[in-house]
Unconditional design. Structure first.
Length: 94
C-alpha cells in the first residue's frame, strides 16, 4: 500500500526556478560576503530592505543552507539600473 499524495500549494512555479547559492550571488553582484550580510541585516546601517531575502534550503532550522531566487536578484539589479538611468535623465549624478 502506498502513502496518499498531498498537493502542497507553492508560491513558486515548479519549473524554471533557479536558486543561487551564496558564492553565485556574490559573483553576480560583485560584492563581498560581509556586504551581503550587511544588506540583509535589519540592524545594520547598510541594510537594504529592498534586497531579496534568502530562502532556507535545508528545512526550518536556524542554520543550514540558504539560497536566493535568481529572478529576484536579477530584478533587484534591473531596479538599480533603472533608478540610475532615471537619476541621470533628471540631471542627477550617475
Amino acid at each position: 500500500m502506498t502513502a496518499p499524495t498531498v498537493a502542497v500549494a507553492s508560491p513558486l512555479p515548479q519549473e524554471g526556478v533557479q536558486i543561487l547559492r551564496r558564492p553565485a550571488v556574490l559573483a553576480r553582484l560583485q560584492i563581498c560576503c560581509s556586504t551581503l550580510y550587511e544588506w540583509n541585516n535589519p540592524k545594520s546601517k547598510y541594510h537594504r530592505p529592498d534586497f531579496p531575502k534568502p530562502i532556507r534550503l535545508g528545512g526550518m532550522a536556524r542554520v543550514g543552507a540558504v539560497g536566493w531566487v535568481a529572478a529576484e536578484i536579477d530584478a533587484y539589479l534591473a531596479a538599480i539600473v533603472a533608478q540610475r538611468n532615471a537619476d541621470h535623465a533628471e540631471g542627477g549624478e550617475a
